[in-house]
Design a protein around this ligand. Structure first.
Ligand SMILES: *Cc1c(COP(=O)(O)O)cnc(C)c1O
Length: 340
């Protein structure tokens, strides 16, 4: 039995999801003729309480389109210093949008009004003009920390009062809601664009949606085309996504419970120097001096347990749909017996 804790992207479609895919009605989506994609887009827009949504191949693409439609070249985006849009999208913001970034520490990646306010540039032509505040929820680089609705409301109201756009990288948005119990449809009003990944904890094989304001939709579709993201009979993928939204949101809390259990066990081990709080489904810890991630991964790999090297000293583990209780038990046993 392999226990793959590298990422929540490794999930494979369940038999019921495959069945839904097999029976999808499809058409050419670039012609706007794929009924299943249209259904998915309506569904996600409604889920967020917004008017439009556009299905894309990846979360990187939905983030990149979101920033592109909210900025002009030479402008600046405010975000957390470890934000996915900055750190893990191949330099896309520079290449695609020609913008600079203002990187803030946040409280475990959660930005405050004070921090944002202090980093909005004045109109002086020396400075890039600040254009967008991009939030991430949950924050992957900070072990899945999350915002509450009231924090987001305050940031949005403040940012909009300064004329700034609001983008949300909600790759794991529903993981945040699994903890706060808040309703997804209350969030859309605070953003111009929201990226939701269907292929992380929700378990679809491919795809993300960019949920947006109605007036941005034509621009979003144009940029998606220009980025090469116009897909044809992708309703098969949309069917998997619809199935995921209908059946896999309610179970995300299970992943969190398993992550917290795993975190408790790991925190007691002598090879763990420090660990970030486990808030959702992500565990990040620092290895004790002298133990490299390569060495750690090789040792757990001997027992068919997989994790990810997250920095030269850190390991990341993520729980997801394809990690059940027997796998958790196996991981706990392996981590408890390990010594260096
Ligand atoms: C995974 C992820 C994305 C999207 O990544 P893709 O691999 O392009 O789907 C975006 N933001 C965050 C925070 C992520 O974890």
């Amino acid at each position: 039995m392999i226990v793959d804790l590298r990422s929540d992207t490794v999930t494979k479609p369940t038999p019921a999801m495959l069945d839904a895919m097999m029976h999808a009605e499809v058409g050419d989506d670039v012609f706007g003729e794929d009924p299943t994609i249209i259904k998915l887009e309506k569904k996600t827009a409604n889920l967020l309480g917004m008017d439009a949504a556009v299905f894309c191949p990846s979360g990187t693409m939905t983030n990149q389109i979101g920033i592109k439609v909210l900025t002009q070249p030479y402008q600046e985006v405010i975000c957390y210093k470890g934000a996915h849009i900055y750190k893990y999208e191949g330099g896309g913001l520079a290449g695609n949008s020609h913008v600079s970034v203002r990187l803030l520490p946040g409280d475990r990646g959660r930005l405050s009004i004070e921090e944002i306010s202090a980093n909005i540039n004045s109109a002086d032509s020396h400075y890039p003009s600040t254009s967008v505040v991009a939030l991430e929820n949950t924050v992957v680089r900070e072990a899945g920390s999350f915002y509450t609705l009231s924090q987001i409301k305050k940031i949005s109201e403040f940012s909009r009062s300064k004329g700034l756009g609001m983008h949300l990288d909600g790759a794991r948005f529903f993981n945040a809601l699994a903890e706060t119990g808040e309703k997804s449809m209350d969030f859309g009003q605070y953003f111009d664009t929201v990226s939701i990944c269907l292929s992380k904890g929700l378990g679809a094989p491919v795809g993300s949606v960019l949920v947006c304001k109605k007036e941005l939709e034509p621009k979003v579709r144009r940029v998606r085309k220009a980025f090469g993201g116009g897909m044809r009979q992708a309703g098969f993928l949309a069917a998997a996504a619809i199935y995921a939204l209908d059946n896999h949101i309610g179970r995300l809390k299970e992943d969190h419970v398993r992550a917290m259990e795993l975190g408790k066990v790991l925190a007691k081990q002598s090879y763990v120097k420090s660990m970030m709080p486990v808030d959702t489904n992500i565990i990040i810890f620092e290895l004790s001096t002298g133990i490299t991630p390569e060495k750690f991964l090789a040792r757990i790999g001997e027992h068919q347990v997989k994790a990810l090297a997250f920095s030269p000293t850190e390991i990341r583990l993520v729980t997801h749909l394809d990690v059940d209780d027997s796998m958790l038990e196996k991981a706990v046993t392996v981590f408890s017996k390990l010594s260096f």
